[in-house]
Design a protein. Sequence first.
Length: 117
Amino acid sequence: QVQLVESGGGLVQPGGSLRLSCAASGSIFSPYTMGWYRQAPGKQRGLVATITCGGSSDYADSVKGRFTISRDNAKNTVYLQMNSLKPEDTAVYYCFVGASHAIVRSWGQGTQVTVSS
């Protein structure tokens, strides 16, 4: 079983930055993909960014150029650097680990990100 612990959410003004972290522990088998989904009130959960074990990354069009995903394989940790935040980025952000973004093995507990003045 894999456990994921997230941190780094909070309240930030438009144009500001936040960095989310997600540390994985337990029975993790390489290779594996990590990444982030988000869910705003009244909306479906949507993919934000993914990164493979080899470091290949992909982003939703809405965050390209503003968000950067990275990982530290030695620490089994994935990060999401979020810059130029917009009110529409407000959501609960969930990290995941799995064979791919479509084959998720475990979810984090979620961390709230609120972008508001």
